[in-house]
Design a protein around this ligand. Structure first.
Ligand SMILES: [Zn+2]
Length: 263
């Protein structure tokens, strides 16, 4: 899967059973987001004759950070990691990032421009979770937002996750979103149980089935599509429907997340 925007290419590197490690490259320079598997990234860099200039980590889970140390050692490149004292980061010489930080990568980007990135704190899946919002409107959302779904609450509260999703919802609608897992088809099956009359969701179910039948990624997605079809971003609309009448949006969110855990 390739996305080209202002000379930047973004490629999904499949890893483990359903992860995508996102490779951002321009010319001979690359960044990688959440390299859970160093070998997958090393092979992709070699095949494209790329130099790794930086590693971006969204949170401390092993399928996101597991390959970072080996890649850092090989390429001597900076690692950007959430500002927490979790042991997963301790072996890395990481630059710590937090809400509002603005990163610049001088080498990766158009010839006269450089790639820049804003850090968003999005707690809920873990307390330390951040997302990276690249210029040209690309959001690397880790395990916060998935296609038609959201991450499990391993550390945060429903209120924290709800606020994090609202933070994403406030970005420009044409933002491209790059989640770290291919969960879209299963998430849509769940979404249809709580939002069965949504025509956009029915259309998305068809499109997703077509892509998966060809073993193609359903990602990236757009914020506009998520706002129309992702039940975890539609809590306010769902709270007006008969099934959830008189519930607050956050109560709807809490109920949806609980049901999805057992779906
Ligand atoms: Zn995770």
């Amino acid at each position: 899967m390739h996305v080209t925007s202002a000379s930047i290419e973004i490629t999904a590197l499949p890893a483990f059973s359903d992860n995508y490690l996102w490779l951002i490259h321009c010319g001979q320079h690359a960044l990688v987001v959440d390299p859970g598997d160093a070998e997958v990234v090393a092979q992709a860099l070699q095949a494209r004759q790329l130099q790794l200039d930086g590693i971006l980590l969204t949170h401390h889970h092993a399928d996101h950070v597991g390959g970072a140390a080996a890649l850092q050692q090989r390429w001597q490149c900076p690692v950007y990691a959430p500002d927490s004292d979790h042991p997963a980061y301790q072996s890395l010489q990481a630059k710590r990032v937090k809400q509002g930080d603005h990163l610049t990568f001088a080498h990766v980007g158009a010839l006269t421009d450089s790639l820049t990135c804003d850090v968003l704190a999005l707690p809920g899946h873990t307390l330390d979770h951040v997302a990276y919002y690249l210029n040209y409107r690309h959001l690397f959302s880790g395990d916060v937002l998935f296609g038609a779904g959201c991450g499990r609450l391993f550390e945060g509260t429903p209120a924290q996750m709800y606020a994090s999703l609202q933070h994403i919802a406030a970005l420009p609608a044409d933002t491209l979103i790059y989640p770290a897992h291919e969960y879209t088809a299963h998430n849509i099956a769940f979404a249809q149980t709580v939002d069965p009359d949504n025509p956009d969701l029915q259309q998305r179910a068809q499109n997703t089935a077509n892509l998966r039948a060809q073993n193609l990624p359903t990602l990236p997605t757009t914020l506009a599509l998520e706002l129309a079809t992702n039940p975890f971003l539609r809590c306010e609309a769902l709270s007006k429907q008969i099934a959830f009448q008189h519930w607050s949006p956050i109560d709807v969110f809490t109920e949806l997340r609980a049901r999805r855990n057992h779906f």
